[in-house]
Design a binder for this molecule. Structure first.
Ligand code: GLV
Length: 336
């Protein structure tokens, strides 16, 4: 056994017991298996004396939290999205930030596709009807939705998950796939996922089913609002598996109520877990509680990757290793 004290870490939310066990082999661990959601102030307080933190997407880590904890060396987010991190503040403080890319790509793409299909084929709306006991007869137009196969899939944001959704649409469902992204994919990647780059206005106008898979940044706030929805086909669907705040939920609820688009599938919400109540009162929306990556295997892999990032940086005393999936490599000088 090493004589040097083991680094202390905080696991900010409940996690798989075997992941805690793994972390306990390397660190003094303060856990939160009660799964209390800490305020930013409480998080900063609990980080006192900790060299590392295991966080989830709801834990805000900014300059204030980092300044209050000069001993902190790494914060490992169990999520691919990291809008809860202020990366320039991490760089200024000399702290590693990590996320969990790749391990969730396929499961998240499965979910995005499923939510888009459920939205197009009105699955939630028709299930609610059935549960209410209103199903008394067959009708030629009962819950008639729109086809997925052979239609035009629009993807806004074309990173790993967007590409995985494009592959499903192109190869599995014979869809025409158009996408918009700040940077265009190399021609061979476009060919392999079967997608064509278009400008945003063309994407909005052409998509029968528009799926949002872009990161949430200040520039992307409300990038789908009333004006963008107005450019969509009245028969189109909109699916958001990216982040709340990308869509103006109030404008969307109004557009759904007025049938200016056919339907929406939402896994993420502005201000979640609170929801804009207007979304609850429109029938043509499928609502899920931010579960796109939630398969048991994928959540385990995400937790394991976050743990491995902590171990890589803090686990070998004096060796100061690099994390496996850094967000800010080369952008700062790590704290000693
Ligand atoms: C989930 O939303 C994630 O970013 O992993």
């Amino acid at each position: 056994m090493s004589s040097s004290p083991r680094p202390a870490i905080l696991v900010a939310r409940a996690v798989f017991p075997e992941i805690l066990e793994l972390l306990r082999q390397h660190f003094e661990v303060e856990d939160n298996q009660a799964d209390t959601v800490f305020s930013k102030q409480e998080l900063a307080r609990r980080l006192q004396g900790k060299a590392g933190a295991f966080t989830t997407g709801g834990d805000r880590v900014d300059a204030e939290v980092l300044a209050a904890n000069p001993q902190l060396r790494i914060v490992a987010n169990m999520a691919v999205g990291y809008n809860n991190f202020d990366i320039p503040a991490f760089n200024a403080a000399g702290v590693w930030a990590t996320n969990t890319p790749d391990v969730l790509t396929e499961s998240t793409a499965d979910f995005g596709f499923a939510l888009m299909m459920a939205t197009a084929r009105r699955m939630a709306e028709s299930e609610h009807f059935l549960r209410r006991g209103e199903w008394t007869k067959w009708a030629y137009d009962m819950f008639a939705g729109s086809d997925v196969h052979g239609s035009t899939l629009g993807i806004l944001g074309m990173g790993r998950i967007g590409q995985a959704i494009a592959r499903r649409g192109h190869h599995g469902f014979g869809m025409k796939v158009v996408y918009h992204n700040r940077s265009r994919l190399p021609a061979e990647t476009e060919a392999s996922v079967g997608a064509t780059w278009v400008d945003k206005a063309t994407l909005l106008a052409q998509a029968d089913h528009l799926v949002l898979v872009l990161p949430y940044t200040p520039e992307n706030h409300h990038c789908i609002a009333a004006a963008e929805i107005a450019q969509m086909k009245p028969t189109a669907t909109l699916t958001n598996i990216a982040r709340g705040g990308i869509v103006d939920d109030a404008a969307l609820a109004e557009a759904l109520r007025e049938r200016r688009i056919a339907a929406a599938g939402l896994d993420v919400f502005e201000g979640e877990p609170a929801l804009n109540p207007a979304l609850l009162s429109v029938p043509n929306v499928v609502l899920t509680p931010h579960i796109a990556s939630a398969t048991v295997a994928t959540r385990r892999a995400m937790a394991r990757l976050a743990a491995d990032n902590l171990i890589a940086v803090l686990g070998a005393p004096g060796q100061g290793g690099q994390p496996l999936t850094p967000l800010n490599a080369g952008q700062f000088t790590p704290r000693a």
